[in-house]
Design a protein. Structure first.
Length: 323
């Protein structure tokens, strides 16, 4: 059964526009009681992984929440942005978070310590969306100017840029296999870039309105897009053709995310609902109606059995999915 397992009202003082779900595993030392081989092999063991939920809101804050036993505990308030936070992303190893803000800056944070480790000021343009590369060496950003820039996580230097012909980039994603970067623009155009050659590989035209969100499937074969036209579209990345169009929301589709097991995807909309879709049939299999304002962000947890959503209503909701 689908159900709400945790709802945190007034999680921020203003509307929450972005969210991310990360998992961090750390090693701990165990006491070595002898010199035998078995004892030596047991010196290092892993602590149970910790699930983090990251939220970014118009109150200028990035918040880090720990989720344990379906309970949300605030771990860090990450302060430093001077205007609303519009995008957050977690590194694949679960140790870092990137955030972008209307103050034209991007910050990279250490999630365990709750400290800023890098700051990137991009000048007088809104930095709208951020994502980590699969190897966690880079953060890519898309801005109001349409430019996509790849920054080094190690030193925060701009390493590479991709041109989108100057259209406001609202959404961005890195393919899990590291080959492609996809971006969605305010004019409904989707660009796919080949990372190795630093060139525009293909342009997809199918939406008539802004692309609010897009993401690759876990196997990098499909690209899912969400638009203000109320539709979602699935594209075959390699052959660059449309696989299907999904409709069901009554208004703008603001956020989409695949489940890590590749079986489902989730969508959030300004119609205040969160919908779960089956990839194989491309049909909606469940609708959550627990928000009272538009849903800006949705994400699956690493196990594909929980969903996170955040909204203009300032709430954070965690849902349980059937296995």
């Amino acid at each position: 059964m689908y159900s709400v397992v945790n709802k945190r009202d007034n999680a921020h003082d203003e509307g929450i526009w972005s969210c991310a779900w990360g998992r961090y595993s750390s090693e701990k030392k165990k006491k070595d009681d002898g010199d035998d081989e078995k004892s030596r092999d047991s010196v290092m063991s892993e602590e149970p992984p910790t699930d983090y939920i990251i939220t970014g809101a118009l109150d200028d804050l990035v918040k880090v929440w720990e989720l344990q036993d379906d309970k949300l505990q605030l771990k860090h308030n990450l302060e430093g942005h001077s205007l609303g936070v519009v995008s957050v992303a977690v590194s694949n190893n679960g140790k870092l978070c990137a955030s972008s803000s209307l103050d034209s800056s991007m910050r990279i944070w250490d999630l365990e310590k709750g400290e800023k480790i890098a700051n990137v000021d991009v000048g007088p343009v809104d930095l709208w969306t951020v994502a980590f590369s699969p190897d966690d060496k880079y953060v890519i950003s898309g801005s109001h100017s349409g430019k996509i820039t790849q920054y080094s996580v190690e030193n925060a230097n701009a390493e590479q840029s991709f041109e989108t012909r100057g259209k406001f980039t609202l959404s961005i994603a890195y393919s899990p296999d590291g080959k492609y970067i996809a971006s969605g623009a305010i004019d409904g155009i989707i660009n796919i870039f080949d990372v190795a050659s630093n060139k525009l590989w293909h342009t997809l035209e199918g939406h008539a309105m802004p692309i609010r969100s897009l993401c690759f499937s876990p196997d990098s074969q499909l690209l899912l897009t969400a638009s203000d036209d109320g539709h979602m579209k699935l594209y075959d990345v390699q052959h660059t053709h449309l696989v299907g169009t999904m409709s069901g929301h009554a208004s703008w589709v603001l956020s989409v995310a695949f489940s890590p097991d590749g079986k489902n995807f989730v969508s959030g909309s300004s119609d205040q609902t969160v919908k779960v879709w089956e990839l194989g049939s491309r049909q909606c299999i469940h609708t959550f109606n627990d928000h009272t304002d538009q849903v800006w962000g949705v994400k699956y947890n690493p196990d594909s059995n929980k969903i996170l959503s955040v909204s203009e209503d300032k709430s954070v909701i965690v849902y349980k999915c059937p296995k």
